[in-house]
Design a protein around this ligand. Sequence first.
Ligand SMILES: [Zn+2]
Length: 383
Amino acid sequence: MRNSAFVYSEDCLKYNFSKTHVFRPERAYNVFHLLKEENLFGDNLNLIEPEPASREDLFLFHTKSYIEAIEQENEILLNEHGVGFGDNPFFKGISFAVKIVAGATITAALSLTKGYDVAFSFAGGLHHAHPDYAYGFCLVNDAVLAIKKLILEGYSSPGSIMYVDIDAHFGDGVVYGLYERPEVITFSLHESGRYLFPGTGFLHETGKGEGKGLKINVPLPPYSAEREFLLVTREIIVPLIEKTKPMFIVLQSGTDGYAEDPLTHLKYSPHCYSYFFKTLKKLQDKLGFKLLILGGGGYVPWFASLIWFAATMNFAFDTEFEEVLKLLKKHENVIKVPEKMEFEPDGSKGSEYYTEEFNTALENAKNLVENIPNVLDSIRQNT
Ligand SMILES: [Zn+2]
């Protein structure tokens, strides 16, 4: 059991490009709705209303001209910033929608500085947004804003904050947004940019200036599955956290690596997610970091809601993932989980056609993890 903060309000549903857009705000709403139906908000899991982000908050990462175009809801100006066509159509109320979602993640991050152990902001995780433009369904980068807020709060020693991204797409906006920052270690596991949007996130992208050596990418070949995910979790993510002992971990928990996802070619099983969250929980017990869990991609909506709900139950109440499946049987009107769904390992052999590409990525990341304590030491000596 942990002191947990769930930051959400129905206003977050307003971050909605259109009824037919693949990015569904109901995924986070359903988690909130189920927790309410089950009467689970209370002492252990506090429901906190998000504070909308201020202009000053948004300026921590975004340009003045982009934020002003959003505030004016000016479609012509917004066109210059990637809004109004393609992935990111314009919608009425965009200014409030952006501020409430960014504000939710900032509120959640700040709650961790006031005694909470874990905070959830599933409307957030908009990891593709860049300073001056929207990208890949992401209008503002709530993750970077929250991390910059934590740094401003004084959590600024080298490597004190870690960003972990398990979304199937490379977390480009966050990684590049913090590329030169010595305070932040980033780790992104994603389908390789050779095969998938945004086309970046390669092995050689390890940071710049004072951030050099602190950014780790593991690009996966298509059809990577449980075998690859578990290997990376055990051999890269766990040692990375154990060796660097961050004070805060910000997790982008997009679920679009799931085998049934229509937008990517990864083949993760449900077990990948239950294993990952349980592992992170054990590490938190051992090391005591504060944890901010964000949403992200996930284009099988019920699956995203299921994983985020199960993760919340697991962290806040120690409820096992398998128990959550049973609990959901009486809420089929909210999340209809298929009968055959289980969290057992699927024993898949993974990506047979790209073994060498995967092994290279794994070895590369192992070397970076091995070397990271030296990188942090040398930054400390130079400051
Ligand atoms: Zn994604």
